[in-house]
Design a protein around this ligand. Structure first.
Ligand code: DQA
Length: 144
């Protein structure tokens, strides 16, 4: 089973950016966490991060025929990007949306998620653990 993990803008600055919200562990630690968790579950992952909406759209499109599912934290694009929503719909893979923080308990604009209009499941406020739950959900969803 192959899962594409996509992280959006500013997540490369984890550990530095607003640590009181996003924690003190950095992006390298997140990738290590995802890779180890997936490995233990027998899931192959590719992790991709970009600060650019079009690059994220391109990566999602490239998942067609190459991956069985997608875990995505679109970061700020969650709240703005119809293009990412449309890419997910176009590719049609089972998708879980993850947010490190609880977007429902923050500013009003973060309560709107375009990604949620397609994602089968949205996990918020669990930090790194959210990615583990997303992988486990897809594993059981895909019969792995
Ligand atoms: C985030 C929440 C978004 O609102 C924010 O723009 C981010 C990170 C999260 O993981 O909590 O960059 O997606």
């Amino acid at each position: 089973m192959r899962i594409l993990v996509v992280n959006g803008p500013n997540l490369n600055l984890l550990g530095i950016r607003e640590p009181e919200i996003y924690g003190r562990r950095d992006y390298t630690a997140l990738i290590a966490f995802i890779t180890e968790t997936a490995g233990r579950e027998g899931i192959e992952t590719e992790c991709f991060q970009s600060n650019h909406e079009g690059a994220i759209v391109d990566k999602i499109q490239s998942a067609l025929g190459a991956f069985d599912g997608i875990v995505i934290n679109p970061a700020a694009y969650t709240h703005t990007s119809v293009a990412i929503l449309d890419a997910l719909k176009a590719v049609g893979l089972p998708t879980v949306e993850v947010h490190l923080s609880d977007i429902n308990q923050r500013e009003a604009f973060r309560k709107v998620s375009y990604t949620s209009l397609y994602a089968e499941k949205t996990i918020v406020g669990l930090g790194f653990e959210g990615y583990r739950q997303a992988l486990l959900y897809l594993k059981s969803r895909l019969g792995g």
